[in-house]
Design a protein around this ligand. Structure first.
Ligand SMILES: O=C(O)CCC(=O)C(=O)O
Length: 269
């Protein structure tokens, strides 16, 4: 097992994050914990473990277009889910979300009272998955009262170009780019995301990236014979509300205080 990141977030890492819009943290949890998360998410996809209130979406590769929208409904036993949200309800995922390092990071960048806007499994099933085009997260598309700043993205499988690793544009977090929503137009892509600025984040299983929400990112389909699973959490100031209905989000620091509310079905990425 490689060395785990300490529970402290260094000033150097903070400087890199501020300058580049991302910082790679290496592994923060033992291999066995990551393996347990993988087994748990597979069990949720297969219906061996069931939650009533999770936002779920099948990948188009599951071949059930009638079930490919997101809704709070189990769509059948299949490893071809594209997204599953609201994973803070699950004790294993909740423990990971509340990792002491993530507490330190959020305290330094966001503040002492923290909620999770989305606690989300992102999957590209073997030989499938969808292309996600260049976008920022929550620059204009999420309707939050306080702009979200950070997402912590964990590779549950090793990622590489062939299986659709994250691609980012370092430094792009300094500007809110899309005129509307989060997705870049063709003109914006040509200016802000030219190929020569693209960085492929190939990561080991269990490796973690801290991303500024405005760092441009995208990912391709998975052409390998194994899944590309990932877990992504957007940590926000607990005072944040959904502008259209005043909804709050489950608090994760200093204590866990779940909010019984509908998760947003509006964010498309
Ligand atoms: O996991 C991926 O490939 C993409 C993630 C993403 O686009 C997002 O978190 O907004």
């Amino acid at each position: 097992m490689s060395t785990l990141h300490s529970t402290a977030f260094s000033d150097k890492e903070l400087d890199t994050f501020n300058d580049q819009g991302y910082v790679l943290l290496g592994k923060v949890a033992p291999d066995e914990e990551i393996e347990s998360l993988c087994r748990r998410i597979d069990d949720i996809m297969l219906g061996n473990i069931h939650y009533d209130n999770m936002l779920m979406q099948l990948c188009p590769s599951a071949g059930k277009p009638e079930l490919s929208g997101q809704s709070k409904k189990f769509k059948g036993s299949s490893l071809k889910y594209r997204k599953i949200q609201d994973l803070d309800q699950d004790p294993l995922f909740l423990a990971y979300i509340r990792h002491p390092l993530f507490r330190e990071i959020t305290k330094k960048i966001v503040g002492p009272q923290i909620s999770a806007f989305r606690t989300m499994f992102f999957n590209k099933p073997a030989e499938q998955g969808v292309t996600i085009n260049w976008h920022q997260d929550g620059a204009g598309g999420w309707g939050l009262s306080i702009p979200p700043k950070i997402t912590i993205w964990t590779a549950l499988d090793a990622t590489c170009i062939a299986n659709g690793c994250l691609q980012i544009i370092p430094g792009s977090h300094k500007t809110k780019i899309p005129e509307q929503g989060d997705l870049l137009s063709a003109e914006e892509r040509a200016i802000h995301a030219p190929d020569e600025k693209r960085l492929y984040l190939e990561m080991e299983k269990g490796e973690v990236a801290l991303l500024h929400n405005w760092t441009l990112h995208r990912s391709e389909t998975n052409s390998t014979n194994g899944p590309r699973r990932a877990f992504s959490v957007c940590y926000i100031d607990a005072a944040t509300r959904q502008v259209n209905d005043g909804r709050a989000f489950s608090k994760v620091f200093p204590e866990y205080e779940p909010v019984k509310a509908e998760a947003s079905e509006a964010n498309a990425y």
